[in-house]
Design a protein around this ligand. Structure first.
Ligand SMILES: CC(C)(COP(=O)(O)OP(=O)(O)OC[C@H]1O[C@@H](n2cnc3c(N)ncnc32)[C@H](O)[C@@H]1OP(=O)(O)O)[C@@H](O)C(=O)NCCC(=O)NCCS
Length: 270
């Protein structure tokens, strides 16, 4: 299968470094045996439904393929190479799946944005610094769960976030990219990763501590990491955000241009 959307092209670029990606012709299988709780790392990549596809049949077909290719998985996850029509979205919803539209945004140049006073931006290095990266991700997720009235984070989720950080640290240590931190004194208050291959860069996990938001920390991290990559290893840098999100608006304001939409379909374990 030839994947065309920049979001999925760069997802797969990263996935191939630590997951198995198999091409079955009409679709791709992504498997991450070391991270069984990483739903999007244990997924199918499928083409977007065509105008002639019946919504229910389309979903039923890919659900069947997922169940065959990921036998025993409690979740179902489809990464769709494009947008999904409203009637397909409705069928997905009725069947108990959750759908998210993601927009890829691209930049070939970024301005130099200083962090706020008292904050320093630098590359994350060493065990203690990486432990802060995991703690920051969990603090942000805990805050989001509290604000939305969702369930508090459980140990399975905490272990999943730690495993994801270990994977990304391994990519950095293999020379595939860098993790950047914004530090206020010794505290990590914002971070993100940026990885590249063959001139194409891809950001990961942009986060600012809930108590430090709306001060320009993400903006300074995005620009510092992007400028560094554009000088050394990338002709273009790509970032992916939920369509219509605050993050997508911020990326546009920083100088990224929206490209295509891809979609994620997920049915959580019951
Ligand atoms: C999205 C996120 C990373 C933004 O981080 P941030 O450090 O608050 O971002 P910035 O401060 O650079 O910019 C955010 C907003 O603050 C504004 N801002 C920047 N400096 C400011 C200042 N000194 N005073 C007031 N507002 C300011 C920016 O213009 C921007 O405005 P907007 O929301 O209208 O676009 C943060 O909200 C977050 O961690 N969210 C949860 C995780 C997440 O969703 N990550 C994105 C995944 S794609």
């Amino acid at each position: 299968m030839r994947v065309t959307t920049l979001g999925l092209v760069t997802d797969l670029m990263l996935a191939r470094w630590s997951s198995d990606v198999l091409d079955r012709g009409g679709y791709l299988i992504v498997r991450t045996p070391r991270e069984p709780d990483f739903w999007m790392g244990n997924a199918l990549v499928v083409p977007a439904p065509s105008v002639d596809d019946d919504a229910g049949l389309w979903l039923g077909r890919w659900q069947g393929v997922f169940e065959r290719e990921h036998a025993g998985a409690a979740h179902r996850a489809l990464l769709v190479d494009g947008d999904v029509r409203a009637d397909v979205e409705a069928a997905v919803d009725v069947a108990g799946w959750v759908m998210q539209r993601n927009v890829a945004l691209v930049a070939t140049a970024l301005s130099d944005e200083a962090p706020p006073a008292g904050v320093e931006v630098r590359v994350v290095r060493g065990d203690a610094a990486w432990a802060q990266v995991t703690a920051l991700a969990l603090a942000s997720d805990e805050h989001a769960a509290r604000v939305s009235g969702g369930e508090p984070l459980d140990d399975v989720y905490r272990a999943f976030v730690s495993a994801r950080t270990r994977t990304k640290r391994a990519w950095c240590e293999a020379g595939r990219g860098s993790w950047w931190g914004a530090y206020a004194g010794g505290a990590l208050v914002g971070s993100l990763g940026l990885f590249a291959q063959d001139g194409l860069g891809r950001y990961q996990d942009v986060v600012t501590h809930p108590a430090w938001r709306r001060q320009g920390i993400a903006r300074s991290l995005l620009c510092a990491a992007g400028r560094d990559a554009l000088v050394r290893v990338a002709k273009r840098v790509v970032i992916v955000a939920m369509q219509g999100s605050d993050a997508a608006r911020l990326y546009r304001a920083v100088g990224f241009t929206p490209a295509e939409v891809s979609s994620e379909l997920l049915r959580r374990p019951r």
